[in-house]
Design a protein around this ligand. Structure first.
Ligand SMILES: [Zn+2]
Length: 261
């Protein structure tokens, strides 16, 4: 008996198969990550071609047979076509997709993660916030939604509120005195950065980007959210190297960061 699954979903991976078929990984609202074959999707004139491209958010009708899904129909909701106007935005989106593919679990629906992904792609397309800030918001909130929200209220060593550093390994903030006393692996976290992190982990999803932050704090936020994601997932992401090659081609901080793990 073939089961039909009707669900909104975001295409986070699109692999070409022979005979113009595509293998899709879809982040769905109801089933978590689903893998489905779109037969003939890359053929000119296919009714599936528009709704099955990478980053397409669409209403999917999937047919399940013996544990495998095939795409029966799609109705596009948001194509995020605007990503193709900016190589930087497209590269950041590709990184988001790779991380989602790694972090999200089959059969475990997570509407908040789907909403986070959609919000961040929308922010990239509309260009209302800088790309490094959008990337940091994506990384930190994704970890928080996955059960890895850091402790950001008081110093992890002495409990004081005079915070100056963040430890990605401990998922905690520290004061200067505790850092000087111990051998903690920490990164600078100016007050504006810590405030932004608190906002990002707890803000209602529609207001995720409604906070202000200075340029220096964005730099610190960008560095420590990336490090936090890499420490917590223990993974190396190829698209992150591409992102750094594009965004800071002269500096080598991102490349070294990747190699360090
Ligand atoms: Zn302390």
């Amino acid at each position: 008996m073939n089961e039909k699954l009707e669900t909104p979903g975001l295409v986070i991976r699109e692999l070409p198969l022979k005979e113009n078929h595509s293998l899709l990984t879809i982040l769905t609202a109801t089933q978590g990550v689903v893998t489905a074959t779109a037969y003939g999707a890359r053929k000119a004139g296919s009714s599936l071609s528009a709704g099955t491209r990478l980053f397409n958010y669409a209403h999917f009708t999937l047919i399940e047979s013996r544990g495998r899904y095939k795409v029966d129909a799609t109705r596009s909701i948001e194509s995020f076509f605007g990503l193709s106007r900016s190589l930087e935005a497209l590269t950041a989106a590709s990184y988001f997709a790779e991380v989602l593919y790694d972090v999200c679990v089959t059969g475990q629906p997570d509407v908040q993660v789907l909403r986070l992904a959609l919000n961040c792609l929308y922010a990239l397309v509309t260009e209302k916030r800088p790309i490094p800030l959008i990337k940091a918001v994506f990384e930190l909130r994704l970890l928080a939604e996955s059960g890895f929200a850091p402790e950001l209220e008081t110093c992890g060593g002495c409990g004081c509120g005079d915070l100056a550093y963040f430890s990605p390994e401990d998922a905690a903030v520290y004061c200067t005195q505790c850092v000087q006393r111990g051998s903690l692996a920490v990164m600078p976290a100016p007050p504006g950065t810590v405030q932004a992190m608190r906002y990002i982990v707890s803000a209602p999803m529609p207001k995720l980007f409604a906070f202000s932050i200075g340029d220096a704090s964005v730099q610190a936020l960008h560095a420590l959210c990336e490090r936090y994601l890499r420490v917590q997932t223990g993974r190396k992401y190829e698209t992150l190297d591409v992102y750094h090659a594009l965004m800071d081609p002269i500096g080598d901080g991102g490349k070294n960061e990747s190699d360090a793990l």
